[in-house]
Write a protein that binds this ligand. Structure first.
Ligand SMILES: [Fe+2]
Ligand SMILES: [Fe+2]
Length: 230
């Protein structure tokens, strides 16, 4: 019986190869099934959009998150920092956030944490609205970026993230009013962080506040774009 089933299995395999046009070809133990094809495990075929570039590990100097990709993105997908802050993982200093804070820097970090928490919660409330999925999705993304900023500032202040960071706050009832409120918040954040960068004595804190101030400027641009989707 066993011998008979082995024979029929071999016949079935051969029939399958005939149908696949690979009859008589040794496919090897872990082959993709194409004659001379790449093995399924090990070396991956390059994806068409990578133009043969190897995947690398990058790290954002601002948020510290790792980006896996075939090149440097135009901005950090997590905190929105400009491409100039994205480095190869081997060039990221693990102790980059070991900063001795002055009293003014600590107070400014605490203000930054409060601001980012309030903005994250406001955008989560906007994202929870049901009447415009495109805008809800856009502000959900914005909430995640602001939450990442809150993480960065909390790390630098060596404080835990606020417990209510991801609890939706209150929105104002219409997209128009909410986007105007977002514009007010982003203008305030951008100006405040530029001021904090200007008076910080630590080069690391100057780098962080300058980078995040520029990210908030791009959010002002986003609010302008969002108005076209009301
Ligand atoms: Fe980042
Ligand atoms: Fe922010």
């Amino acid at each position: 019986m066993l011998g008979a089933s082995r024979t029929s299995l071999a016949q079935a395999r051969e029939r399958g190869r005939e149908l696949a046009g690979t009859s008589g070809v040794d496919l090897g133990p872990l082959s993709s099934g194409r004659p001379g094809g790449a093995p399924l495990l090990g070396a991956a075929r390059p994806l068409p959009h990578t133009k043969g570039r190897a995947m690398k590990l990058y790290r954002c100097r601002i948020c510290g998150e790792t980006y896996l990709g075939h090149g440097v993105p135009t901005e950090c997908p997590f905190c929105g920092a400009d491409a100039e802050y994205i480095v190869l993982t081997e060039d990221y200093p693990e102790d980059v956030n070991d900063v001795q804070l002055t009293e003014v820097e600590r107070a400014d970090l605490e203000t930054s944490i409060e601001l980012e928490t309030s903005n994250t919660r406001f955008y989560l409330a906007m994202a929870a609205r049901k009447d415009n999925p495109k805008l809800s999705s856009a502000y959900k993304r914005l909430a995640r970026v602001e939450a990442e900023h809150c993480s960065v500032f909390s790390k630098l202040a060596k404080m835990p993230k606020p417990a209510d960071l991801l609890e939706p706050g209150e929105e104002l009832g219409t997209w128009e009013a909410d986007i105007d409120e977002s514009l007010r918040r982003e203008n305030l954040a951008s100006a405040l962080y530029a001021e904090f960068a200007g008076r910080a004595t630590s080069p690391r804190l100057r780098e962080i506040w300058s980078a995040v101030s520029r990210v908030e400027e791009t959010h002002i641009e986003l609010d302008g774009v969002a108005k076209g989707y009301i």
